[in-house]
Structures are given as C-alpha cells and as structure tokens.
Design a protein around this ligand. Structure first.
Ligand SMILES: Cc1cc2nc3c(=O)[nH]c(=O)nc-3n(C[C@H](O)[C@H](O)[C@H](O)COP(=O)(O)OP(=O)(O)OC[C@H]3O[C@@H](n4cnc5c(N)ncnc54)[C@H](O)[C@@H]3O)c2cc1C
Length: 390
C-alpha cells in the first residue's frame, strides 16, 4: 500500500463504492478502493437488480461484462412480478424494459458485485483488502483513513474520502453526530436464504401477508429451480413484537401454496440476516469537509421495497460528479460539495416519502393492499404506474 497521498479513498467495494471508484478512475484520478473482504464475496441481499441499475453500469462501460455474465447464468433475466395480497389476491405485472432496452435481473451478489469491483480495477482504481477503522480528521476536515491490513494499522491520506462501507459504515458513524444516526422506525432487519423450488416463472414474487406487514416475504428466481427466498420487517415493529425471522420464514414455507412447490424438503441454504437503512429519515448529513457518503452508508434504501442497489449506483455516480468538480477546484469543503445533498434529494426524496407513506398505510390497513391488488388486476396501466412510483 502506498504511503503517498491519494486523490480519493473509497471505503467499501460494494456496488456504490465500486461505481464511484470506476467513475473517478475513468476521469483520471488516483483512486484507492478498500474493502475488508477479497472479491468475489457474498452480500446478504434479495439479489434483485432493476433495469435502471443495469443501464447505469452500461454507461460506465460494463455492458459486455454483464452480457457475458448473463450467458454464464450468473444473472437471471426477469419478465415481471407477482404481488400476493394479505387475503391471497394475486397480481401479475410485466416489467417494461429499461429506457435503453436493458432487462431486470436476479443476480446473486457474489457474481454481481465482483463484476463491478473488477471493472473499477480495470478502469484504473487500486484495490486493497483492508478494514477501515476511522476517518482521520484534522482541523474538522477529513484527510484520510486509518485502516488495518495484514494485522497492522496504517494511516492513508487522501484529498477526499468516499464512505461506501454499507449499513454499518464506520465513516458515517464517525462523521455524523451521535443524535443524527438512523432510528429504528427507518430501519429494517431481513433474512435471506437460497432454496430449491419448482415451477419458477421469470418473476419476482412478493407476499404481503398480514402477519409479515409492514414487511413482506419474497421468492426471487436465480434459475429455473433455485431461488433467493427471505423476509424483512421494520426494526421498531420487529423489536416490539419480539419476532424471530427464522421462525417466520419457516411459517411462510409451511403455507400450503408454498410448501407444495418446495424441492429437497425445503432445505434452506446460506441463511443470513442483515440490516437495512431507509432513505425516508430526514435531516441526515451526507457531506462533510473532505468526505461524502454513498449507498447504504448514507442510507438510501427504499422503505417499501427494501431495494437499495439502484440508489447505491445513482448516488455513487452523482458523488463522483460532485467530487470531480470539487477536486478540480481544489475545494473539498462541505459547502462546495453540498450540491450532492440537493441532487440526492431531487432524485430520491419523493419516492422515499411515497414509499414510507405506503408502508405505514399497509401496516395499519392491510385491507387497502387487497383493494389495490384487485383494482390493479383490472387495470394494468394502474399497475405500471404503481410500479414506477416505487
Ligand atoms: C436481506 C436484504 C435483502 C435485500 N434485497 C435487495 C434487493 O433484492 N434489491 C436491491 O436493490 N436491494 C436489496 N437490498 C439492499 C442492498 O443489499 C443494498 O442497498 C446494497 O447492497 C447497497 O450497496 P452498497 O455498496 O452501498 O453497500 P454494500 O453492498 O453493503 O457494500 C459495502 C461494502 O463495504 C465493505 N465494508 C463494510 N465495512 C467496511 C470497513 N470497515 N472497512 C472496509 N470495508 C468495509 C463491505 O465488505 C462491502 O463490500 C437488500 C438488503 C438486505 C439486507
């Protein structure tokens, strides 16, 4: 690892970090991309990647890599979705292709993240396996990162730090004031596993059963007979009701309509639990003197769908633009880079608020979900409008 000052340190090489590193390396900056894991590595996720995210990766030059991964069967193309309401009403809706004709996929993160991380390195970023410990702050300005690698602690200086280290971000935890962290009402906990299952159409399946609201259970196909399966729930509700996610998933599997489809006795593989931070919480800083937060480190997950990959990529791309402008002007102050917070607000806030409102409504009035699903069954354009508002 070099001891000289870098232009940018990106902490975390998940979708957000690898995208920011790619965009900045392509602009010619000296980028150090850190992650505590070597790649490929798993990340607990439902693995659903919308067409908009794929298009953004195409823009960064990844189209061929993605098409090859689809040919290898690592990304499984989707045609639509199934929504099942509390009373069992079913809505099938077809996905529209992305604006440039791309598909949505279910892409196990062990493959998906490795493609983006590799692309960052191919674009010129230097990757290093290291555990970030804390930002180095001098005169209220971030000037680098303290990291641990090969059992030793190093201080690495940089003109700018991008915190892309996910939900448990040490960058966010150290830079945001203690009273400005995510609260339980804007967080969730979710469990994911893989399972062998028959009759898998190319649709993501969402089950909004009453005992799981304000969360849902999902079955997302990663092949003809294999799926990512799981369920998630808002954290305050989860703590209050003292739920057990593994037990809830077992109860879901025992439902006759699910049980009859299971292969190999419904044996669950790679069971893992992780947290989600929603983008619906107000008044959180994403920019500091010398540092920017992106993706889950900032907390950009949709509170209704639990989807965060698209926003991770969008925020990373916007952060890279703002960083480029600030680095060129040699001014990485919060006031110069605050435009990033405005961009995030303009691109995400309305959908976060709508989704949060829907999530609360569905929790208190499950019959509204039944009503909506029945209405949308009769009116496919209403279903499309609903999908695009999520
Ligand atoms: C159960 C579950 C299901 C989900 N399903 C979906 C879905 O189907 N579709 C969707 O769009 N979103 C989904 N999400 C959300 C999605 O996983 C995240 O929004 C997405 O991973 C955010 O990407 P990121 O790059 O910001 O963070 P991450 O993917 O979490 O990447 C962060 C990276 O930082 C590294 N890191 C962390 N701490 C350190 C440290 N101290 N030092 C060095 N490196 C560090 C990690 O190893 C990791 O590689 C789900 C989340 C959960 C928990």
């Amino acid at each position: 690892m070099s001891v000289t000052e870098r232009d940018v340190i990106v902490v975390g090489a998940g979708p957000a970090g690898a995208t920011a590193a790619t965009a900045l390396a392509q602009k010619g900056y000296d980028v150090l991309l850190l992650d505590r894991h070597q790649f490929p590595r798993d990340k607990t996720c439902g693995d659903a990647v919308p067409a908009g995210a794929i298009e953004l990766l195409w823009r960064l030059g990844m189209r061929e890599k993605i098409e090859k991964a689809v040919e290898r069967g690592e990304l499984y193309p989707l045609e639509g979705m199934l929504l099942v309401s509390p009373r069992g009403h079913k809505l099938h809706a077809k996905f529209q292709h992305g604006k440039q004709g791309s598909d949505s996929y279910v892409a196990p993160r062990i493959y998906f993240d490795a493609i983006i991380q590799e692309h960052a390195v191919a674009s010129g970023a230097e990757f290093c396996q290291a555990q970030a410990k804390a930002p180095i702050v001098e005169n209220d300005q971030v000037v680098g990162m303290r990291v641990q690698a090969n059992g030793r602690t190093h201080d690495i200086r940089a003109r700018l730090v991008i915190g892309a280290d996910g939900v448990t971000s040490v960058v966010a935890r150290n830079l945001r004031p203690k009273n400005e962290q995510h609260v339980d009402g804007h967080r969730a906990v979710a469990l994911r596993a893989y399972i062998d299952i028959e009759e898998l159409p190319k649709e993501v399946e969402f089950y909004l059963y009453k005992d799981i609201l304000p969360g849902y259970a999902w079955i997302f196909p990663i092949g003809k007979n294999k799926a990512n399966i799981g369920l998630g729930m808002r954290l305050d509700h989860f703590r209050k009701k003292k739920y057990n996610l593994e037990q809830m998933l077992q109860n879901f599997l025992q439902r006759p309509e699910i049980k009859k489809r299971l292969l190999n006795g419904g044996h669950l593989q790679d069971v893992a639990t992780w947290q989600l931070n929603f983008g619906s919480q107000k008044h959180l800083d994403h920019v500091f003197d010398g540092a920017i937060l992106v993706g889950d480190a900032a907390g950009f997950i949709n509170p209704l769908t639990g989807g965060g990959i698209h926003n991770a990529l969008v925020s990373a791309e916007m952060a890279a633009q703002v960083a480029d402008d600030a680095l060129q002007a040699n001014d990485i102050s919060r006031s110069r880079m605050q435009v990033y917070e405005q961009l995030c607000h303009d691109h995400m806030w309305q959908s976060m608020r709508n989704s949060y409102w829907m999530q609360r409504t569905f929790m208190h009035f499950p019959f509204i979900v039944d009503f909506l699903v029945r209405r949308m069954k009769e009116n496919s354009s209403l279903a499309q409008t609903f999908l695009t508002k999520l």
